[in-house]
Design a protein around this ligand. Structure first.
Ligand code: HEM
Length: 425
């Protein structure tokens, strides 16, 4: 390649390529040669069905060592302790907090979380019920009848996009464009897969920054009482409340977290229901069980499968030593199937009495800000699906989304047979 020419690869890019493919090679070696369960989680077996892998991790102990000197745990008690412990943190350099709150430790985390949390409390969120119901009714009304349709692009994806863009105050949101940015962002959380993937992600970041910067300017000129309006006002009143460079990552996180996960909660739960006809029948007969269905859906097949923390000092987890700097991967999806926490954990049971003890929204200071909103949206959507489409069935090959960290279905062909169809008027 010619040095300095258009074909030249810069040093930085070369280092990135080496790091990217070196990491992938290392993971593949540990997964397929050494059969290390922690490595398998990152690859195709983890994407298709991580639950048997979690079982193997648990068999290796409460804290299973990983090949790189860290730990992975699929124990409910251990995940819970790590996530709540003050001795653990995200341990990243706060100056490059691309994922805002998720990349921050106190005191920056506390400062920014205080700014947005009041908008998402379980006292405030129910007021969104009528808006959510109206969006769901509209979507249900417009899905094609008597022919297969994609549950994800017709129902599960547009709902959370409409709700979070509304809540943030993004005018004329282009649902399709946001869905694309969300998928790119979400798949990157599990690691960059290729140079093309890295380029796409950079383009997505730039586009979202452009959208938010425009809205910030709009709110400066015409203050408005929505979440973005309040973030802009907080910055204007005191740049220390939220620094200018923190505003785009914060809004990006709220936007992406607001729909990238909820879409998969709806998809995964419908799949669990259709795969367990007795549970589906029970739900169609008693749609008032929707909140319980959501909790068991969250437990059984959660959209966020894992997170992790770094020990900020020498510490212990359930009495086992963890040295400062060691990383513990908390397998949330594994914790939810821990027999020490849930009876017969692989059974999907919408009447399970302690389903809500799942760790699908994480725990401790990073516990999901949007949990009440996600629960509300999913309950309204699932109740409507069970009521309006009691004969819903699968109608083609499902496509899983890429990556194994965010778990969900990307294309979910279903059909509402004509005979027993009911209609909203
Ligand atoms: C089913 C839907 C959802 C699931 C499964 C989910 C899951 C999670 C998880 C596991 C975390 C913590 C990650 C960690 O501990 O490292 C988290 C954090 C977060 N979630 Fe959600 N989430 C969902 C919906 C939402 C919604 C609707 C919003 C709305 C804005 C949202 C906003 C956030 C934010 C801002 C954080 C960061 C909190 C912090 O670091 O303090 N999430 N979510």
């Amino acid at each position: 390649m010619r040095k300095g020419g258009t074909m030249a690869i810069g040093r930085q890019q070369l280092a990135f390529i080496k790091e990217l493919y070196g990491t992938r090679l290392r993971i593949s070696y540990h997964a397929y040669v050494r059969r290390e369960p922690a490595a398998l989680l990152h690859l195709e077996p983890g994407r298709q069905d991580p639950y048997p892998i979690y079982r193997r991790i648990r068999e290796r102990g409460v804290l299973a060592p990983t090949p790189l000197g860290n730990y992975v745990t699929a124990s409910h008690a251990a995940c819970d302790e790590v996530l709540r412990s003050r001795s653990f943190g995200v341990g990243q350099d706060g100056r490059d907090a691309q994922l805002s709150l998720l990349d921050l430790d106190p005191p920056d985390h506390t400062r920014l979380r205080r700014l947005v949390a009041p908008d998402f409390t379980s006292r405030k969120i129910p007021a969104f019920g009528p808006r959510v119901q109206a969006v769901v009714d509209d979507l249900i009304r417009t899905v094609p009848r008597d022919q297969p349709f994609d549950l994800v692009s017709s129902l599960a994806a547009p709902l959370p996009i409409a709700v979070i863009t509304d809540l943030l105050g993004i005018p004329d949101a282009n649902a399709e464009e946001f869905a694309m940015h969300g998928t790119r962002f979400g798949s990157a959380l599990g690691g960059i897969q290729s140079i093309a993937h890295a380029r796409e992600l950079a383009a997505t970041r730039a586009r979202l920054a452009e959208i938010f910067t425009e809205i910030f300017e709009l709110r400066r000129q015409h203050p408005q009482d929505d979440l973005i309006g309040r973030i802009v006002a907080a910055n204007e009143n005191s740049p220390e409340a939220v620094r200018p460079e923190e505003m785009v990552p914060l809004c990006t996180l709220l936007l992406i977290a607001g729909f990238e996960t909820t879409v998969n909660l709806i998809g995964n739960t419908v799949l669990a229901l259709l795969s367990h006809p007795d549970q589906w029948r029970l739900f169609t007969e008693q749609p008032e069980l929707a909140e319980q269905v959501v909790e068991e859906g969250l437990r059984y097949d959660p959209p966020v499968q894992r997170t992790g923390r770094v020990a900020m000092s020498d510490t212990e987890v359930l009495g086992r030593p963890v040295a400062k700097g060691q990383f513990v991967m908390t397998a949330l999806g594994g914790a939810n199937r821990d027999p020490a926490a849930f009876d017969d954990p692989d059974r999907f049971d919408i009447n399970r009495s302690n389903a809500n003890e799942h760790l699908s929204f994480s725990g401790g200071i990073h516990y999901c800000v949007g949990a009440p909103l996600a629960r509300l949206e999913a309950a309204i959507a699932l109740r409507a699906i069970a009521t309006e489409f009691p004969d819903l069935r699968e109608a083609g090959k499902r496509v899983r989304r890429p990556g194994s960290l965010i778990r969900g279905i990307q294309e979910f062909p279903v059909l509402v047979p004509a005979a027993r169809r009911t209609t909203i008027v």
